[in-house]
Design a protein around this ligand. Sequence first.
Ligand code: KIV
Ligand code: NA
Length: 265
Amino acid sequence: MKRISTSVIMEMKNSGEKITMLTAYDYSMATILDQAGIEIILVGDSAANVFAGHSTTLPITLDQMIYHASSVVRAVKRAMVIVDLPFGSYQGSSSKGLESAIRIMKESGAHGVKLEGGAEIQETVEKIVSAGIPVVGHLGLTPQSVNQFGGFGVRAKSESEAHTLKNNVHILQEAGCFAVVLEKIPAKLAADLSNHSRIPLIGIGAGMGCDGQVLVVNDMLGLTENFKPKFLRQYLNLHGEIKGAVQQYISDVKDNTFPNTDEQY
Ligand code: KIV
Ligand code: NA
């Protein structure tokens, strides 16, 4: 089985085959995604939300990201595993960013890292790339800077914001990113950026014109309750399925129908 590498991802961009990415944070889920044939597994700092119950991604630590990432890496035979550098592990210092990226690569065995931002992280991206570490960028809605924007709304709706975003895609591409995630921006802008970029742009809430798509796996499987933004397609209702199974288990135990005679020694 051929492992997915940055060159495979680049070939997909060039041939027009869409790139698929989903998040995972643990061994069991990563095993399923890998067997299903997903190309990139993102160990997202959205673990802070869906695993730990925080309302933003800010609290998760580098050590916690490494724990999630190493669990995912142990499950994966084919997919490329990309890990988010968490808030506070790279902002404002390119040497700190490089150190954090090296820790992720060494301690988890992942295949690359993702960082949020544009011009302000150019030097950091260059340093990490020159250390031989594949880097994915992340522009548009960047949840680590939610406090600066004051919300999770659609980004780059104005001409000037769109212009800045376009510049930042170019900066990240030239700095050596092999892909960039575009979160929650107008579809027309994302399509235009994808048409003009050498590297693949992977969208979440960025429309059909991107080179690939990414979703938070807990959201697309319906494990998360009460999170239904317009861009999210929910493929299952696991929250309801699991709750039903647990209720059945409770009633079976209470009724003395579990375990039965075949289920004991
Ligand atoms: O942390 C995350 O899940 C992400 C995706 C939404 C791209 O960064
Ligand atoms: Na993230």
